[in-house]
Design a protein around this ligand. Structure first.
Ligand code: HEC
Length: 95
């Protein structure tokens, strides 16, 4: 399964990820010393270690979602990304 990659669909996806769905807000480092915790410039989507969050088990880490093939999701198919978001199942089948 492959998503359309037209300039319009890419702009729509960036708008949704940056402004509506919260993907980039959770998956990015922030400048917590600044008012409003702005995102660290040039590191959008590269992951964030939330540490221990009260009410959640273990340590929460939002992985790197950039297209980097080694540290991000650059090797994932669109279907694998869709499955992760919809079903909570990672590329390697980890649920
Ligand atoms: C509330 C914070 C939050 C939001 C909002 C969020 N994520 Fe995540 N995401 C996480 C965390 C935390 C994990 C790691 C879950 C785990 O390890 O079990 C994760 C995991 C993932 C993974 C799996 C990565 C892997 O290596 O297995 C993908 C892909 C992903 N998120 C994409 C998205 C997309 C796309 C959106 C927006 C539609 C989004 N996330 C919104 C916190 C968030």
């Amino acid at each position: 399964m492959e998503a359309l990659a037209t300039p319009e669909t890419i702009a729509r996806g960036a708008y949704l990820a940056m402004n509506v769905t919260g993907c980039i807000a959770c998956h990015s480092d922030v400048e917590s010393s600044q008012p409003g915790d702005p995102l660290v410039p040039e590191r959008e989507g590269s992951g964030r270690d939330w540490g221990v969050v009260p009410g959640f088990p273990g340590r929460i880490r939002a992985p790197n979602l950039t297209p980097d093939p080694e540290t991000g999701i650059g090797r994932w198919s669109d279907g694998e990304i869709l499955r992760a978001v919809r079903e909570g199942v990672s590329r390697d089948g980890r649920g």
